[in-house]
Write a protein that binds this ligand. Structure first.
Ligand SMILES: Nc1ncnc2c1ncn2[C@@H]1O[C@H](COP(=O)(O)OP(=O)(O)OP(=O)(O)O)[C@@H](O)[C@H]1O
Length: 359
């Protein structure tokens, strides 16, 4: 997808702005605090319904304004014009997609595929399991039409089961929710397995380009229970006493995780922050490629503060790859980058919340 127009209103220090982005690399340059990241946050909001710097009500709306608004136009894979608009007050939102009101924020997010690489993205490989589960769920949400419904069914069963566990209610109701939980959880896991298998060749290809000396040794999914030894229903039964004592469900796809191991790192020594960022970026770019393979459409890629912690050689490799693939990228930085030489670049100067195309 190529966003051809982006209107922003009352996002952080940006009162009103309109950008006409180019199809390739869009570079947002300006001093610290100018408002560059705010533009990326607005796009991320359309793709995820939230900011990557906290909740909307925690400062995304310009001080003194009642609500923020974002509007974007793009062409989809079949070159059809699409448009999306979102107004958010911090507690309530209204959304329009192709001229129609939408009932769920998820409908907007499904239309806009956005992949964001930002200063905390290294958490994808060096933090807890939450971002890694979200990574899988995001990919599946965009390529498997029924995944969202299955995921919602699972989350509902988990909530109900946890409520019963908290109330120490081990009666027939718990049996019924165990059944529902297992029925919803098993297919979720199978989807994740299939997705990881589909992702692997892309991860290999991206790693080959970004980190050629690493070599992928394994890309493994842990189900969240001892899936090779028992069904989810059996795992629930086995863990029931423990779950009742703890008041929550300790096994299931909500405890799943994945890891990527490299031939060059047999002892799995900890990554430097820059290495963690590169591995995280490789995973995100693999996800972009898989989405393209599955849907015939590239996501939009946001690279916030890209220059920090990635050396020039790696920046060059990343930007070359994105350029070769013809992906639309929004990149923010305090300075322009030498690595953009020879690429099709649309540049914007950002200053005190004002955005001007650079001539
Ligand atoms: N709710 C708000 N209302 C008004 N201004 C805000 C609000 N939240 C943040 N700001 C201001 O917006 C600016 C933040 O912009 P942003 O983080 O997008 O800058 P940036 O250009 O990405 O900076 P850096 O290069 O330092 O990362 C800051 O000047 C901040 O004071």
């Amino acid at each position: 997808m190529h966003i051809s127009r982006l209107d922003l209103q009352d996002i952080r220090s940006i009162h009103q702005a309109r950008l006409m982005p180019g199809p390739g690399l869009n570079l947002l340059v300006g001093e610290n605090g100018a408002g560059k990241t705010s533009v990326l946050e607005a796009l991320h909001l359309l793709g995820y319904g939230r900011s990557f710097r906290g909740r909307v009500r925690d400062g995304l709306i310009r001080t003194g304004a009642e609500a923020l608004q974002v509007y974007a136009e793009w062409q989809d894979a079949a070159n059809r014009p699409r448009r999306v608009g979102l107004r958010h007050t911090g507690s309530d939102w209204t959304g329009r997609l192709d001229g129609e009101d939408v009932a769920q924020l998820g409908d907007l997010c499904a239309a806009m595929a956005v992949i964001t690489f930002e200063p905390t993205s290294h958490a994808l490989v060096s933090g807890g399991g939450d971002p890694r589960r979200r990574f899988l769920d995001w990919g599946l949400f965009h390529v498997e039409h029924d995944y969202l419904g299955q995921w919602r069914r699972y989350v509902r069963a988990l909530k109900q089961r946890n409520a019963l566990l908290k109330a120490r209610n081990a009666g027939a109701q718990l049996d019924a929710w165990d059944h529902e939980f297992a029925e919803a959880g098993e297919p979720l896991h199978r989807h994740r397995q299939t997705y990881m298998a589909a992702l692997l060749p892309h991860l290999q290809a991206v790693t080959e380009q970004l980190l050629p000396s690493f070599g992928i040794a394994a890309f493994d999914l842990q189900a969240g229970w001892k899936q090779s030894q028992m069904s989810l229903a059996d795992a629930l039964l086995l863990n029931r006493e423990r779950d009742l004592a703890l008041g929550h469900t300790g096994v299931g796809p909500h405890r799943a995780d994945w890891r990527v191991d490299f031939v060059a790192r047999p002892d799995r020594e900890p990554y430097s922050r820059g290495q963690a960022k590169l591995v995280a970026l490789a995973c995100l770019l693999a996800q972009a490629r898989q989405l393209h393979e599955a849907r015939g459409e590239w996501p939009v890629i946001l690279l916030d503060d890209f220059a920090s912690e990635l050396d020039s050689r790696h920046r060059q490799r990343v930007l070359d790859q994105l350029d070769n693939d013809g992906i639309q990228v929004f990149l923010s930085g305090v300075d322009t980058l030498p690595e953009i030489t020879g690429k099709s670049v649309t540049m914007f100067h950002v200053e005190h919340g004002q955005i001007h195309p650079a001539s």
